[in-house]
Design a protein around this ligand. Sequence first.
Ligand code: F6P
Length: 814
Amino acid sequence: MRATSFADGSGRALRDEIPITPSVQSVLVVDVGGSSVKILATGQNERRSFFSGPTLTPGRMVSEVKKLAGDWCYDAVSMGYPGPVVDGRPVAEPYNLGRGWVGFDFRAAFGCPVKIVNDAAMQALGSYKGGKMLFLGLGTGLGSTLIADGVVEPMELGHLPYKKRTYEDYVGRAGLIRHGKKRWRSDVADVVARLVAALEPGDTVLGGGNVKKLKTLPPRCRAGDNANAFRGGFRLWEATAPAREPRLAPNDALAGSKGAPPPARGSQSFSPPSTGKAAAWRALEAHCASMQGLHLRDLFRDDPSRGERMTAEAAGVFLDYSKNRITDETLRLLVELAERSGLRTKIEAMFRGEKINVTENRAVLHVALRAPKGASIIVDGENVVPQVHAVLDKMAHFACRVRSGQWRGHSGEPIRNVVNIGIGGSDLGPVMAYEALKAYSDRAMTFRFVSNVDGSEFIEATRELDPAHTLFIISSKTFTTLETMVNARSARDWSLRGLGGDARAVAKHFVAVSTNAEKVSEFGIDPANMFEFWDWVGGRYSMESAIGLSTMVAVGPDNFRAMLEGFRAIDEHFRAARFDRNLPALHGLLGVWRNNFCGAPTVAALPYDCYLKRFPAYLQQLTMESNGKHVTLEGARAKVRTSPIYWGEPGTNGQHSFYQLIHQGAEIVPCDFIAFGQSLNPLGRHHEMLLANVLAQSEALAFGKTREEVEAEGASDWLAPHRVCEGDRPSNTILMDRLTPASLGKLVALYEHSVFTQGVIWDIDSFDQWGVELGKILARRIIPELESKTEPELTHDSSTNNLIRRARELAGAS
Ligand code: F6P
């Protein structure tokens, strides 16, 4: 027998069908709160309770509960826990109780099966009457849970930024005490209105102890009852949903559906252990097969409003996804896949600072880099947001001194040239952002970027620079990367040579951005001139950390902060918006559709703004270093294709180069067109022409040119097939008003979270990069073999040995 979607005690598992233990007759429900622990068992009328408080440990709680329920019969326990729960286990210590809850073995302690769920989710479940319900618990904090068609999504909306702090700070108990009842009530009304507008529930329940302090309930809300927590606890073990059955049949049912149409070209089978996800995947395969033969021309003809409907907009970013081969059903099934994959829970896990980079046991917190002052994100017991702002302030102080000429070089001259030395994420983000925001930069200064270990790059970058006016920013998370260290040493030699050989010059001409203070000082850079970041910032997610120091010097602190606000706007949207209106989630899911179901193995990123010329290169690292993995989180071989190959160039240049293949090639290449309504440099009719081109490309790709149209133009029989463009080639168009620091932040955050969404669907660790290591190690072995004065003994394969010998000969011959 299988239970329904909410027969489990965690965010992710709640969405899957879990086998019910048939022997469960009586349930003991334990509602753990900050001031008391309340219990009730099947068949009992009177609840019992005892005091909890800040010293309560889980061991003491269980023994008190067992004592208090000594005369009750039960063979399973449901527990409402005052903190986040993932996969039925508490994942963070409760802030209002004692320690030891994470990792505690409740099953062993109770001696029977235990289902644990977040306390707000348990109360929500007890209040649920069907459809889509938002539950907000007004207690010490702000609990929140969404239940949609029986699928329970515990959420942490309370930690979202609001005014100067977070929602919870205003509508939790602290807000009530700080601002008084009147202001608290108006904040509650505002917060409820915002969340209702974002999530669009059919039913909103306000629970928690403080709901009785409201004079009137906000429109379309009903008051919950704390006793519903018990009802929710009993429901956790019920075999059937009170409202509706889950939309998807369990795995076995689908696996047995032999009559289902075969998967479409390029679709792949997926059979992960979690049941609902496999079913969602198969439903998409079947749906894809049923769409064979449908052309974008048909889809647009049958729905004249498609071009307006299949769009989404948030924070000034407009996404037109109508020119993808999808229907409303495709979207519904993709959203279902996201839900069944635990996307909501994983988003929350990321924002809460959980160690979701499992192979490196690290949190993934680029979102903390743009969190507002006053927000709180705890990593290893410490709030990281104040550290982020302290570094930002230090960067701003430094940037202002360099820009104003206050920071002087060794010979007393102001700095006029800045050279960033770094590679991968320590280069691609900074160079992309500098190019993108050039219009906002200090034109009296020169910015150069050196990444490649090819000495020509360093020579060219420094060719006409004066060492007296030149500052090097050595950017490296590890401060061990070969290319960066070699370039940094060449820079030090170049600098000292030009400044009379005085080693003290390094202090005035070198600063470092790193997580490795020891290596920085070993190199000779004063740690006072080091700008810190942290292991929870991945290299490819670091452009808005101290790695963006060159960007800040170029455009100034105010523009840099505006860029961070752009990032933040999309972060908030990604965290709060429902998936079918959520730009990054939609973008990521459409990518999955194109890649795994429509069989398109690449994506072309095509910005129609020359300032974004390095954006495709930046995206290559972001997407492919993140999702270019074939091993799942469990260590198994992925059964589906993961990251597609990203490539691209700014339009219109690409049109006169590789677009031929996109229009008429044998492979389908989905495109992302990126354009802005206004030019930063209005010049005659240039911008209208640029825009006309980008719009024409997506139109041509979608609709093409039929044989009839070609013949009507007089093409002969043999020429006509060459001139036909079959169309039906998918594209997204991303439109914004103008390229500003904020819009750059939004664009990057959109792609970051799209990559995250896809990593969740493919079940991979998007934040490690083990594949890059092997080549680095082998290169270190070959370096001495190339440099050896005598013939080295080579023990590689015959090809590598031969190439090394040849390279040595050629080097000697030059
Ligand atoms: O190439 C692998 C990589 O580790 C990237 O992820 C990273 O952005 C780059 O090298 C540079 O690393 P670091 O900043 O430590 O020098």
